[in-house]
Design a protein around this ligand. Structure first.
Ligand code: DX5
Ligand code: ZN
Length: 213
């Protein structure tokens, strides 16, 4: 299991220290939550702060867009060369076109599904994607409880991708901790995002390692 700590739960007064700490602790990606105050009722960070994160991160960035105008934000963050940019299917009229655009910028495209969105909604996009991110909380805030219907959703998505021999990864975001990690692993999940579980832990390295099962 790969682990992408979400810097939403980091100490923003010591952001460089926290980003360096999780990278040195062996995380696999640095998860960056971009919220615009419209798609979700919260506002986070833009390219000025994310470029500072990119400058001190020694692990690839996984940018999770929670915004209304996906194309605008893709263009804004592309120069920072993240590994992944993920956008919400619920907010995109032309997902196939946007996937092509992200790939043309040299970035791996990913789609995010809110808790109510079935995996079948992206069946005909799956072969074009490098990752699908399943929300296990309602997007907008860290520290919420895990919605366990994501386990069945991940299992169904796992069957779907195996059927087409896809290498697309399955990522789960929200409320992930050492109690639900085994269930996620058994459902076929490849990457977990963990915000509060990692950053509120006094031993962040140990917290990351406890999820890398
Ligand atoms: C929620 C964000 C998550 C969040 C996860 O909208 O997408 O990445 O930071 O935080 P925890 O792990 O605390 O649920
Ligand atoms: Zn996220």
């Amino acid at each position: 299991m790969k682990v992408a700590p979400s810097i939403l739960s980091a100490d923003f007064g010591n952001l460089q220290r926290d980003v360096e700490e999780i990278c040195n602790a062996g995380c696999d990606f640095v998860h960056v939550d971009v919220m615009d105050g419209h798609f979700v009722p919260n506002l986070t960070i833009g390219p000025v702060v994310v470029s500072a994160v990119a400058a001190c991160a020694t692990k690839p960035l996984d940018i999770h867009l929670m915004v209304e105008n996906n194309t605008f934000f893709v263009e804004l963050f592309a120069p920072l060369k993240p590994e992944y940019i993920s956008f919400h299917i619920e907010e995109e009229k032309h997902p196939h076109r946007l996937i092509q655009k992200i790939r043309s910028l040299g970035i791996k495209p990913a789609i995010v599904l809110n808790p109510h969105t079935p995996p079948e909604s992206i069946e005909f996009l799956l072969k074009n994607l490098d990752m699908v991110l399943l929300m296990s909380v309602n997007p907008g805030f860290g520290g919420q409880s895990f919605i366990d219907s994501v386990i069945e959703k991940a299992s169904r998505l796992n069957v779907m991708r195996n059927k087409i021999n896809s290498n697309c990864l399955i990522e789960v975001d929200g409320g992930v901790n050492d109690k639900n990690i085994k269930l996620l692993k058994d459902a076929g999940v490849d990457v977990v995002v963990a915000g509060s579980y990692v950053f509120k832990n006094s031993d962040r390295k140990k917290a990351i390692e406890s999820l890398q099962i």
